[in-house]
Design a protein around this ligand. Structure first.
Ligand SMILES: NC(=O)N[C@@H](CC(=O)O)C(=O)O
Ligand SMILES: [Zn+2]
Ligand SMILES: [Zn+2]
Length: 427
């Protein structure tokens, strides 16, 4: 079905119309008999790309499926998501990766790109089938043991060497297990002492970031730092990016989550497990450093770390509850709220263009110009939304934004020329 989108402000810069042909691509003339979307007053961006989504299929379809996660993504303005490998079974074989990819195609609402595990069963010891996953139909290029850190430096080095052959990247959950006890569940600081909760110090993250950028340099490969959460990590990244630019043969990229841009560790004073997440919410100084790093390009991308959990895994005493929070439907609003001065073209850069480049998704994050696939999100920049966790496509309700007001609203999402969200609802 062809489509005409009229009067949108393209990346908030100039007003224009967008024409979509039957094949789902942007073209330079209005196709005859097209459906029309009036986008007067709306900002058009390339469809958002999430480098870090947890779908719970296979294994925990009660918490999220590929379909419900895709629905939540479309509602959030996404046209592509990377599905993390920590499912049950783990995505550590070509078959498992292809299955996730197929389920994404069947859902048909966003491009679902599987992330492959770095090590078999996320065990941290033996490399998974990296090459076979890459050569499968799923074409895996991003590998991560997320949920766990690839803590053995020798294994990390081998993984970086291996993925280098095909331009892949290792996305690291940076957290040295030997610097954080097995029961750690919040930021280690003055508050954790007062609450009597065992904490993770920022240094547990920073030593791994520092080690991994050195391994990336040594191997001439690519490392991506998942969910950066401390000012110290930002400092290391700033140094590493300057070095990598000078050397030219290795690369380091990093992402920050919406929640680490707006929420602080103070929220833990009520022991509400909704705010229990890994890496933990940090103090305001870290939040400020993360915002500055995103604005100046030291952090490349915003990634949700959408981590749905069933009620019976989340509603426990703080120390026993599962880690993680949902985030696909609120990400854009949180970014607008946390960084109101970020231009729309910068929003497109950190939420679409750069994530697509990092993930090697050539069809995503493209300019809103003839020839590009029609992956588009239309946003009302003036709207404000009060988040209701029950008005969600996700199967899980661990939503830290419930009852909060967020700036801007996703009005329509178009994936490959198909309207997946119209007037804020799934079509
Ligand atoms: N972020 C979280 O707190 N939890 C994630 C794992 C992870 O991203 O490390 C999950 O899978 O639930
Ligand atoms: Zn993680
Ligand atoms: Zn994660």
């Amino acid at each position: 079905m062809s489509l005409v989108i009229t009067g949108a402000s393209l990346l908030g810069e100039r007003t224009g119309d967008l024409y979509v042909d039957d094949a789902g691509r942007l073209v330079d003339e209005a196709p005859a008999g097209a459906e029309t979307i009036d986008a007067d007053g709306l900002v058009a961006l390339p469809g958002l790309v999430d480098l870090h989504t947890h779908l719970r299929e296979p294994g925990r379809e009660d918490a999220e499926t590929v379909l419900t996660g895709s629905q939540a993504a479309a509602l959030g303005g996404y046209t592509a998501i990377l599905a993390m490998a920590n499912t049950s079974p783990v995505t550590d074989t070509a078959e498992a990766a292809t299955r996730v990819w197929e389920l994404g195609r069947e859902a048909g609402l966003v491009h679902v790109q599987p992330v492959g595990a770095v090590t078999r069963g996320l065990g941290g010891e033996e490399l998974a089938e990296l090459g076979l996953m890459h050569r499968s139909r799923a074409g895996v290029t991003v590998f991560s043991d997320d949920g766990r850190c690839v803590h053995d430096a020798r294994v990390m080095r081998r993984a970086l060497e291996y993925v280098k052959a095909f331009g892949g990247v290792v996305s690291q959950h940076s957290q040295d297990p030997s610097l954080a006890g097995p029961t750690a569940c919040c930021h280690e600081g003055e508050l954790s002492g007062r609450l009597g909760l065992p904490g993770w110090p920022g240094i547990a993250e920073e030593v791994i970031v520092a080690r991994d950028v050195m391994l990336a340099r040594h191997t001439g490969s690519r490392v991506h730092v998942a969910h950066v959460s401390t000012a110290g990590s930002v400092e290391v990244l700033r140094w590493a990016k300057a070095q990598a630019k000078e050397d030219g043969h290795w690369d380091v990229t990093a992402e920050v989550t919406p929640h680490h841009l707006l929420l602080t560790t103070d929220l833990l004073s009520g022991y509400d497990p909704t705010f229990k997440v890994n890496p933990p919410l940090r103090p305001q100084e870290d939040v400020d450093a993360l915002r500055a790093a995103l604005a100046d390009g030291t952090i490349d991308a915003v990634a949700t770390d959408h981590a749905p959990h069933a009620r019976h895994d989340k509603e426990h005493a703080f120390v026993d509850a599962a880690f993680g929070m949902v985030g696909l439907e609120t990400a854009l609003g949180v970014v607008r709220t946390a960084l109101p001065d970020l231009s729309w073209s910068d929003v497109a850069r950190v939420m679409s263009v750069t994530p697509a480049r990092i993930a090697g998704l050539a069809e995503q994050g493209r300019p809103l110009a003839p020839g590009s696939p029609a992956h588009v999100v239309l946003v009302d920049p003036a709207a404000s939304v009060t988040v209701d966790r029950d008005a969600s496509a996700s199967l899980s309700r661990n939503n830290p934004w419930h009852g909060r007001g967020l700036t801007s609203r996703v009005v329509h999402t178009v994936y490959a020329g198909r309207v997946t969200v119209r007037d804020g609802d799934l079509t």
